[in-house]
Design a binder for this molecule. Sequence first.
Ligand SMILES: Cc1cc2nc3c(=O)[nH]c(=O)nc-3n(C[C@H](O)[C@H](O)[C@H](O)COP(=O)(O)OP(=O)(O)OC[C@H]3O[C@@H](n4cnc5c(N)ncnc54)[C@H](O)[C@@H]3O)c2cc1C
Length: 407
Amino acid sequence: MGDLSLFYDDHHEMIREMVREFAVAEIAPVASEFDESEQFPWENGAKMAEIGLFGIPFDEEFGGAGMDILASAIAVEELARVCGSHSIMIGAHTSLCATPIARFGTEEQKRRFLTPLASGQVLGGFGLTEPGSGSDAAAMRTTAEKKGDRWVLNGQKTWITHGGVGEIFVVGAVTDPEKGAKGITVFILTKETCDLEEATRVGFGHSDELDAMPGFQVGQKLRKLGWNASDTRELIFEDVEVPDANVLGEIDEGFPIFLDTLDGGRIGIAAHAIGIAQGALDEAVRYTGEREQFGRKINDFQGVRFMLAEMDTSIHAARVMTYHAARLRMAGKPYKKEASMAKLFASEAAMDVTTRAVQLHGGYGYSREYPVERMMRDAKITEIGEGTSEIQKMVISRELLKEHGQG
Ligand SMILES: Cc1cc2nc3c(=O)[nH]c(=O)nc-3n(C[C@H](O)[C@H](O)[C@H](O)COP(=O)(O)OP(=O)(O)OC[C@H]3O[C@@H](n4cnc5c(N)ncnc54)[C@H](O)[C@@H]3O)c2cc1C
């Protein structure tokens, strides 16, 4: 790994070492097993909660570790280095659910919802995407109608990470259909986890203090190319009554909350992509140092070494871009364009590096005996989730043109 110490404080090094040790000892040995079984890793979730991974960037007052988003990105990276399904647990929960509550919630909302999220008592999710609206998120159809001191939600979300296992969700709904993106509100919804038995057994993933809102249901687990142990489902809202106290931010002003959440989330997905790519490079270095052909270790061949050099260089560039975007956000400076650039670059690097890692393993790379094929499958989602590569290019070009007075 190239020297990035200029971006670090001592606690960043400390968290990298701590999460790396944990990931190698607890997750790496079972990552393939969970990929095959497509089961949610409840026990490892409980262990991750125990060492405080669900609340890294949040105030200690609300159960967090009081660190920053660079520390959070580093933790995601080290988990992704061995398993994408485990690292997205932290990514989706922290960046997409707990962060908007921490940034836009009232003190009461933080006490009620951020505390169980940051302390790792329950899992959170983020409901933006719908069957008919993905990249064009403002075209959502879920509605919220005011009835007395409540809102009644009807509609459906899809592809929601932690849809089944989660208990707290940040969800968007149309409150004024005439106003497009300016008529969307964010609500905090609660339900019971879909696997209370497992949650109770491992002591993680459930709180008796949250209301299970009647009418808030989930669909079957969606089967995927990768992230197989991650729980992805539809959310279904049938006359779900949500109290005024669960409106996050102001009525009709939810869309900017989603955009803010996605800007930060893109740093998280970039870190996730870097971790997967680093894991694949680690495997490729190991394998090419052992495998012999033509009477030599294959890493004696210049063609192989050049490939390793290019993989290492892309990962280093992705890290510099991602840590820089995180530092801009930590300094309170604009970082939208840099976060999109980092996400675009890191996710495409992850796809390229994992594909080359499979290539460097030859036929064995195509087999389930080696982790690189899983890493290649897990890498693909980073080019799609939290804004596809094409959407990142829209964001970057819009910012670029603004800089040139053409926005
Ligand atoms: C495993 C997984 C987990 C997910 N988790 C969550 C979650 O927790 N919460 C959540 O809300 N969502 C989640 N998503 C949804 C994800 O964010 C969307 O899939 C993504 O934003 C793309 O939306 P879409 O699938 O509807 O594709 P579409 O928007 O239909 O895009 C299809 C293609 O068209 C391209 N395209 C669309 N518009 C343009 C344009 N203007 N210019 C050029 N190209 C364009 C896209 O880049 C893409 O290549 C998840 C998805 C997956 C697969």
